[in-house]
Design a protein around this ligand. Structure first.
Ligand SMILES: Nc1ncnc2c1ncn2[C@@H]1O[C@H](COP(=O)(O)OP(=O)(O)OP(=O)(O)O)[C@@H](O)[C@H]1O
Length: 765
């Protein structure tokens, strides 16, 4: 409104009107003053009647003038009203523009919705097509497709309905706007007509009035004439100003019409676009309808399939069940056959392996010559007293006091032989323990000949003990899952004919060897600690504990270890879950005490006793092996702790390997000769199969042990006198730890169970 007012110059016009008003007032006052003067001056005038008449006429004209003024004011009011109408129209114009904007927004919204619905329809159609193709390819998810189709068609229809509804509403709004515009135009025309009529009337009235005035004045009063002409000029100015106002209003009207026309044209073009879009949507709908029809058709088809599906499924399940049952039957029979073959093959493999070991000899004797160590490089000692046959690895030559002695063994390892090469030679024995055989591997030789090196090795190059356990781990893991194996280890030391538990809490505790109370004839050591091992870390922990316990009980470990036998007893118990077979094998890895002769060592006192004990046990071992070799009915296992403990691993179908260690030094040549002679004798021994008769004979012996204190290894063994006591009746017998000659104490079962409670179950082989 302010803008319109400023554009129309309403303020100037108002000011001009005010000026005109004040001028009018001033003129009226002047007129009254001139009338008074005229009255005074014409008191004795002969034309007083005319003057009176004129005065009356003037009053009347004055009245008319006031009337005109009133009408002018009314006209001004009308002009103001028109201005108000113009303002209203302007407002309406703005509202119309706003509505147009809203319409535009709605149109945009409608087009957005349309494109959205188009997109949705396209994507849903695509989804539906894909789902349809998937359904055609796979087992149809009919329910899902059905729902999708229904939802899509309903949504499309609803979107169309909404778009049509919005279109309808927009059209209605447009027609209402058109109606309002028409009415406003009509009102404007009418007001313009009225205004021009009024203006015309005012002009004629003014003309008439001023004519009359001029006539009345008749040029008599120039002052009045002058003032009247002034009024006329003012009126003319007013008219001109009004004319300008009207012209401006006219131009505004035209501008408004033009704007409305443009808005109308734009709205029409937008409407046209909306219509086109609507037509497009309709077209799309028309194109969608066939797709919808085909989808409906597919849906019906799928529905039928779904209805048939349970029957088909049931039929398929029944057929599948039959097939599965048939296949299960076939598989189980094939499985049975395979299991039978597997058992046969396993037995065959076991037999072959056993045969191989047997062919190699149940008692195998290997020899290892240790290299000359640093610090032994004396001129005298470094003389080459041990030589090897390059063509035969079973032959060793020893130069003894200028005489060349030849020794033939199963295999001779030269000084440069590695730990790995040595282990490869013994590994078949180690694996036979998995098949349930008992195995003994001894390292025999004088002190410092390399027994401990061969059995234990050094951390960076371990010996047979650790390598055997590693091999067992890898072998049993290969046999999984059919076979489940448990590997346990014990460590025992025999010092001065006393058995010590190296893995126990108290390494000073002395252990006994006992017969199992179950009458199986098996021996066991009550209180002996066993550890289950599953990894190399476990092995290392066990070895560390054993070494620690061995060291705690002595002042000088090196001397102590030279004078005691160290046994690592590994038990491998297996269970085959598919066949139900059980196996149990024992692997005894023995690092024997030094085998040097007392005469040479010149020992006295406790050293003498140590040497006697060592010699006793070693000669007992020699006796046992001799008895086995000679197939004696009695084998003197009980003559020493060592042979008694290893009884079940030396008899029957057990396998024994003796690693004779030889020093390369000339100063040790006589001990080397003794060791090699012993080894050669042992090599000819065969462990016979009639273990039961041997056991019977052996168990019958109670006091046949010869005294070996002074017996040299190559001296002939004393033949034991067998006594007819059966193994079953000797259950519970113990070997006295103090007695030089083992005696059999007979105990009843009840005595055993109460007096000597076993700490662990005996191993059943
Ligand atoms: N094959 C070998 N290669 C290298 N060094 C060896 C070999 N055999 C033995 N030795 C070394 O010889 C020395 C004596 O060996 P070892 O202690 O094994 O003899 P031993 O027969 O066990 O003695 P003891 O009866 O006193 O226990 C050790 O220093 C050892 O490292």
């Amino acid at each position: 409104v302010e803008r319109l007012r400023s554009e129309l110059g309403a303020t100037d016009l108002e000011k001009q009107l005010e000026v005109l008003e004040s001028e009018n007032q001033r003129l009226k006052q002047e007129l009254r003053a001139s009338q008074t003067q005229t009255t005074c001056s014409t008191g004795h005038c002969p034309h007083s009647q005319d003057v009176e008449a004129l005065r009356g006429e003037l009053c009347r004209k004055d009245e008319e003038c006031r009337e005109r003024e009133r009408r002018l004011a009314a006209l001004e009011q009308q002009v103001q009203e028109r201005t108000g109408v113009v303002v209203q129209l302007q407002q309406q114009l703005e509202e119309a523009a706003q509505r147009r904007q809203e319409l535009q927004q709605q149109l945009e919204e409608a087009s957005r919705l349309r494109s959205q619905s188009e997109d949705q329809l396209t994507s849903r159609l695509r989804d539906a097509e894909e789902a349809l193709s998937r359904q055609a390819a796979l087992t149809p998810q009919v329910k899902y497709v059905t729902k999708t189709v229904e939802v899509e068609s309903a949504q499309c229809k609803q979107a169309l309905m909404e778009a049509q509804g919005r279109n309808q509403a927009l059209q209605e709004q447009l027609s209402v706007q058109r109606q309002i515009l028409r009415e406003l135009e009509q009102q404007l025309h009418e007001s313009q007509r009225t205004s021009s009529q009024l203006r015309q009337q005012l002009r004629t009235d003014h003309g008439r009035l001023y004519g009359l005035l001029f006539k009345a004045v008749g040029g008599g009063n120039t002052e009045v004439t002058h003032r009247l002409s002034k009024i006329l000029v003012y009126e003319g100015e007013m008219e001109r100003a009004q004319g300008q106002l009207e012209a401006e209003m006219q131009s505004l009207e035209e501008e408004k019409n033009r704007v409305i026309e443009e808005a109308f044209i734009r709205a029409e073009s937008e409407m046209k676009a909306v219509h086109e879009n609507l037509a497009g949507v309709r077209m799309n709908l028309l194109t969608l309808q066939p797709a919808l029809r085909s989808l409906t058709c597919d849906y019906n088809c799928l529905k039928r399939q779904v209805q048939d599906f349970p029957y088909m499924l049931e039929k398929a399940i029944t057929e599948a069940k039959q097939e599965i049952c048939q296949v299960i039957g076939e598989v189980s029979s094939a499985n049975q056959e395979l299991l039978r073959k597997y058992k046969r093959e396993m037995n065959l493999r076991k037999k072959c392996h056993n045969e191989l070991v047997r062919l190699k000899g149940n008692i195998r004797v290997l020899c290892r010559v240790r290299p000359v160590c640093a610090g032994e490089t004396d001129a005298a000692d470094t003389k080459n007293i041990v030589t090897f046959d390059p063509d035969d690895d079973a032959v060793l030559y020893l130069s003894n006091k200028g005489k060349l002695m030849t020794f033939e063994l199963d295999k001779v390892f030269p000084t440069q032989a590695t730990q790995e090469e040595v282990f490869q030679e013994v590994q078949s024995l180690v694996t036979s323990c998995i098949d349930g055989f008992n195995v003994c591997i001894f390292a025999y030789g004088q002190t410092g000949s390399g027994k401990t090196y061969t059995m234990e090795g050094v951390p960076e190059d371990p010996g047979i003990n650790q390598r055997a356990l590693r091999l067992l781990f890898s072998e049993v893991s290969e046999k999984k899952p059919d076979w489940d194996y448990k590997i346990t280890v014990s460590m025992v030391e025999i010092y001065n004919e006393t058995l010590r538990n190296l893995l126990g809490d108290n390494p000073n505790e002395k252990l006994d060897i006992k017969m199992c109370p179950d009458g199986s004839g098996q021996l066991y050591v009550p209180g002996l600690t066993e550890f289950t091992v599953e990894s190399v870390e476990d092995i290392n922990k066990v070895f560390d504990l054993g070494h620690m316990n061995r060291a705690t009980a002595c002042t000088n470990l090196n001397e102590h270890s030279s004078r005691s036998h160290a046994l690592l007893i590994i038990t491998v118990a297996g269970f085959n879950s598919s066949t139900g077979h059980r196996t149990s094998g024992k692997l005894n890895l023995v690092d024997l005490a030094g085998s040097e002769r007392i005469a040479k060592s010149g020992a006295e006192g406790s050293r003498l006793r140590e040497a006697q004990c060592i010699n006793k046990s070693l000669s007992a071992l020699g006796d046992v092996i001799n008895a086995l070799r000679s197939k004696h009915s009695h084998v003197p296992f009980r003559n020493s702790r060592l042979t008694y403990l290893l009884q079940d691993s030396l008899s029957g179908d057990s396998k024994t390997l003796m690693m004779v260690q030889v020093s390369p030094l000339e100063s040790n040549v006589s001990e080397s000769v003794c060791s090699l002679k012993f080894a050669q004798r042992v090599r000819t021994v065969e462990i016979g199969p009639s273990s039961s008769s041997r056991r019977q004979a052996e168990n019958s012996s109670t006091s046949s042990s010869p005294t070996h204190d002074s017996v040299e290894l190559d001296s002939p063994p004393v033949t034991p006198v067998p006594l007819p006591i059966s193994r079953a009746s000797s259950a519970g017998s113990t070997l006295s730890s103090n007695s030089k000659t083992p005696t059999t104490r007979r105990r009843s079962h009840s005595q055993l169970s109460t007096g000597e409670q076993t700490e662990k179950q005996p191993t059943v082989t």
